[in-house]
Design a binder for this molecule. Structure first.
Ligand code: NAD
Length: 496
């Protein structure tokens, strides 16, 4: 009998008001039901928002260093339970244990970083334009924050969104993704144990069209932080903007690597292989394209194919698996659809291209690590996010041509260049249309203390993570103190 999990509202673990549930399946063994989760509706979201509003008064007046103490305790609990939590993530997300340990580490790094922010959260003081007047800014919470998660990094993203929201004094309604809800239950249990007051974080499980819509349309939801696909993000933004609420969007990517003729080709190939195929490409910063200088194209492709051919596809519980299962059947059909259309578009499948079947592969949805050679940057496979183990290879005449191709994609999340030329490396920072840029490194690997976010269709301006998250999750007030003992104002014109 599968374990039955609950929502967490106002400090109580509750079923959905309708009593309905949905199943969560192990992607490495689809016959295994991990648990049953509440299929919540607007009514449950309304209860969660009410609990968050009730808790807001107490939490926003708690001094930030005191809020930080709770986050430090959460970090310690994450550290103590790293292995246990990694096992939970691995089972419901289909990633290897090693990759999931990294995810827990990422969440706990963020807990420590944001706990420290409780003693910073700086405003500014400056001189007034008038005599005997004091001018400063101070940060305040925004209110109730809705956080909507995707399936692929349930622990890291819970930490990356919830800890900044809390340290700034907001209260939270967290929506888990329907394919990775169990991790969020463990995340919230840790906050509960760390001493977070009831109602400061509320967890509601369920589907996007029900729980997600109820969050984005709720009149008391002051900010929605959404991480997921660009198509859903647009819908979330419309709902929020229509009612004047803030919205922070972290969306998809078609992240490109440029390999120049002077690059260390072995290093570049290692970077591209792990960027494209680890976690089966189900990473917003996965490498979807590599754009290679004509003079090294053949050599680079040969190294790339050799390294790709040595990858082992297998289930999450096998630590030797390099390529793990896709999360579900729609994702499999989506990936195979992209490959088929690329073929029909005249692209060449260099390696891979098929679903893996037989033995352990019949227990999940696996696609061979696939490399597709494409003769132009505008074809679908070279522009659109696949979210699977599929890499497109393009040839460029020179640096300018490579950057032109890179920027053809509508997305702008991350980009990287492999080169030994320092001038080209720094030029790349200016030229690449991406929110996160790397030199001689893969397209993923963002650190918790550094801002993260995309340009173009990958975001909409706000930055999450690092110090920038404090700006996203707080309101700035501008404050003046006049000690001149007269009414003075920069807008008065003083007459002699
Ligand atoms: P998705 O857009 O299908 O779902 C994300 C979340 O939105 C889920 O919780 C879902 O239930 C919810 N949702 C669905 N419809 C909704 C609606 N109408 N209103 C509100 N919420 C709704 O994305 P996914 O398949 O879970 O995740 C993959 C996508 O996420 C990829 O595009 C990936 O690049 C992106 N992603 C981006 C980042 C980033 O930081 N930029 C990080 C991880 C994943």
């Amino acid at each position: 009998m599968a374990e039955r999990f609950k929502n967490y509202i106002g400090g109580e673990w509750l079923d959905a008001t309708t009593g309905q549930t949905f199943e969560n399946i192990n992607p490495s063994n689809m016959e295994e039901v991990i648990g049953r989760f509440p299929r919540s509706t607007k009514e449950d979201v309304d209860m969660a928002v009410k609990a968050a509003l009730d808790a807001l008064k107490g939490w926003k007046t708690t001094p930030p260093p005191e809020r930080g103490e709770i986050l430090y305790r959460a970090a310690r609990l994450l550290e103590e339970r790293k292995d246990e939590l990694a096992a939970v993530i691995s089972r419901e997300n289909g990633k290897t244990r090693g990759s999931c340990i990294g995810e827990v580490q990422s969440a706990l790094d963020m807990a420590n970083y944001m706990a420290g922010e409780g003693r910073r959260m700086f405003g500014r003081t400056t001189h007034s334009g008038l005599r005997k007047r004091f001018a400063m800014t101070k940060r305040y919470p925004i209110g109730v924050v809705g956080i909507i998660l995707p399936f692929n990094f349930p622990m890291a993203l819970s930490g990356w969104r919830v800890f900044p929201a809390l340290i700034c004094g907001n209260t939270v309604v967290l929506k888990s993704d329907e394919y990775s809800p169990q991790t969020t239950v463990h995340f919230v249990r840790i906050l509960e144990e760390a001493g977070l007051p009831k109602g400061a974080v509320n967890l509601v499980h369920g589907f996007g069209g029900e729980v997600g819509e109820a969050i984005t349309t709720h009149p008391d939801m002051a900010l929605v932080s959404f991480t997921g696909s660009t198509a859903t993000g647009r819908r979330v933004a419309e709902n929020c903007v229509r009612r004047g609420a803030r919205v922070s969007l972290e969306l998809g990517g078609k992240n490109g690597v440029v390999v120049m003729d002077d690059a260390d080709l072995e290093l570049a190939a290692d970077g591209v292989v792990c960027g494209a195929f680890s976690v089966s490409g189900q990473r917003c910063t996965a490498t979807g394209r590599v754009i290679v200088h004509r003079d090294v194209y053949d050599r680079f492709l040969a190294i790339l194919v050799e390294k790709t051919s040595s990858l082992k596809a297998g289930p999450a519980e096998d630590d030797g698996s390099d390529v793990t299962p896709l999360i579900n059947k729609p994702q499999l059909q989506r990936v195979l659809g992209f490959i088929e259309r690329a073929r029909a578009d005249g692209c060449r499948i260099v390696t891979g291209g098929r679903q893996l079947t037989g033995g352990v592969y019949d227990r999940g949805y696996y696609v061979e690590p696939t490399i597709i050679e494409c003769d132009g940057p505008t074809k679908e496979i070279a522009r659109e996010e696949v979210f699977g183990p599929v890499l497109t290879v393009l040839t460029a005449e020179d640096y300018d041509d490579a950057v032109r191709m890179l920027n053809v994609s509508p997305y702008g999340l991350s980009a990287s260049i492999f080169t030994r030329d320092v001038t080209e490396a720094f030029k790349f920072f200016d030229d690449a249309e991406a929110g996160v840029c790397y030199i001689n490194a893969p397209t993923f690997g963002s650190e918790p203390h550094m801002p993260f976010g995309g340009l173009k269709d990958s975001g909409q301006g706000y930055r999450e993570v690092g110090w920038a998250a404090i700006e996203t999750y707080s309101e700035l007030k501008t404050l003046y103190v006049d000690y001149s003992e007269k009414i003075q104002n920069v807008q008065f014109v003083e007459e002699d």
